[in-house]
Ligand binder design. Structure first.
Ligand code: MN
Length: 375
């Protein structure tokens, strides 16, 4: 796996391999797949079995300010190059998401139409629906115990998908596809912005109602979400309290950026878990949750955000929930410096994969391996 030459194929031996061995990839070389994972064009290979697919949605034509998130999937893969499926154990998690019996692979990008949003949004829904219909790679025994088997309407195991966006509108076709398999889901939405705003009443066309600030409103109109979702990291400027009233009508509670100082990370996690409970839950993370000092490459940056470490700790606290899918959106690499945003996004992708694999949040390092007696 992972682009290695077959070691027993002696016909491929050369002066180089005789002397130095295989032409294996370094962190900064080789074909560009997420975290050097196996890569396939899964949309045209329906027999391809996997448990988690990484898919790119290079779409940015419903953004309100700076475009460029169509380069997000490639940017996040670049940010993942120092990650590797064979060296992925972390102190934070105490596990390696690639070594827990699940096949995780990069399924490439959806070749989205860049000129017609209606077609692109339909392409994303069709692609996601196709991925959810692939066979899972884990054995029948593990599949029977899988969270997707318990939650799906057909009682079958389904792969889960980690999507690399793309502007945030990509979540609408994702929720449409998830609805066919699971029915309405709850959402944990990390973002500086609500994204639940009603379309302008004077919108000049039906298509123009669907933007990266209104897609949750549309999803609620279509009955795709349970009336139990929650935001984390909100700090944008609003028209007033009416925006929050509307947000509640769409089905959301708010954890604001400032709440983390007032109630602490553990209480943020507790509120998220308590509000969602055992519902099937979709995790969506807009990279603008993170302070633009640590993640500047995004379409609508807002000062005063959470740190990358705070976001990662909250995600760890969500392990063991009934996670049916996740995304990282709004990475626009053209505004980046030294890949810092892409590296943060790729690291959070590793946390999402770990959260899907873990059955409960990891205990703190000190609880797992106390050294207080040595102090
Ligand atoms: Mn957003």
């Amino acid at each position: 796996m992972r682009f290695k030459l077959p070691i027993d194929d002696f016909s491929r031996h050369t002066a180089y391999t005789d002397k130095y061995g295989l032409q294996s990839d370094l962190g900064y070389t080789g074909p560009l797949s997420f975290s050097h994972l196996d890569y396939a064009r899964c949309l045209q290979e329906p027999e391809q079995a996997f448990d988690v697919a990484v898919i790119g949605m290079p779409f940015d034509t419903t953004t309100s300010y700076r475009p460029g998130a169509r380069f997000g999937p490639t940017g996040i893969r670049v940010g993942s190059r120092r990650q590797h499926g064979e060296r992925a154990w972390t102190l934070s998690w105490g596990l390696d998401p690639y070594k827990l019996g699940a096949k995780i692979m990069d399924c490439g990008d959806i070749p989205l139409n860049a000129y017609d949003n209606a077609i692109a949004i339909d392409q994303m829904e069709a692609a996601y629906e196709s991925l959810l219909a692939h066979p899972v790679a884990k054995g029948a025994e593990a599949a029977a115990k899988d969270v997707t088997t318990a939650l799906s309407k057909d009682g079958q195991a389904h792969p889960r998908v980690l999507t690399l966006g793309g502007d945030h509108t990509i979540v609408l076709p994702i929720l449409r596809a998830l609805n066919k398999v699971y029915g309405p889901v709850s959402v944990i939405h990390f973002d500086a912005h609500l994204d639940t705003w009603a379309p302008a009443p004077n919108a000049p066309s039906a298509q123009s109602r669907i933007t990266h600030g209104s897609f949750f409103y549309i999803a609620h109109e279509e009955g795709l979400m349970r009336n139990a979702s929650i935001h984390g990291g909100i700090r944008c400027k609003m028209s007033g309290e009416a925006d929050i009233t509307n947000d509640e009508d769409v089905g959301f509670k708010v954890v604001s950026t400032d709440d983390i100082d007032d109630i602490g990370i553990q209480e943020v996690i507790r509120r998220m878990r308590a509000h969602i409970g055992d519902n099937p839950v979709y995790l969506s993370l807009d990279i603008d949750t993170i302070d633009p000092g640590m993640a500047p490459a995004t379409g609508t940056p807002e000062a005063g955000g959470w740190t990358t470490r705070e976001v990662k700790r909250i995600i760890r606290g969500l392990a063991g929930m009934n996670i049916v899918g996740a995304d990282i959106v709004e990475v626009a690499p053209a505004y980046d410096h030294a890949d810092i945003t892409s590296i943060a996004a790729a690291d959070i992708a590793h946390d999402f994969l770990s959260a899907m694999m873990a059955s409960e949040p990891p205990k703190s390092r000190d609880e797992r391996r106390p050294w207080a007696s040595e102090l």
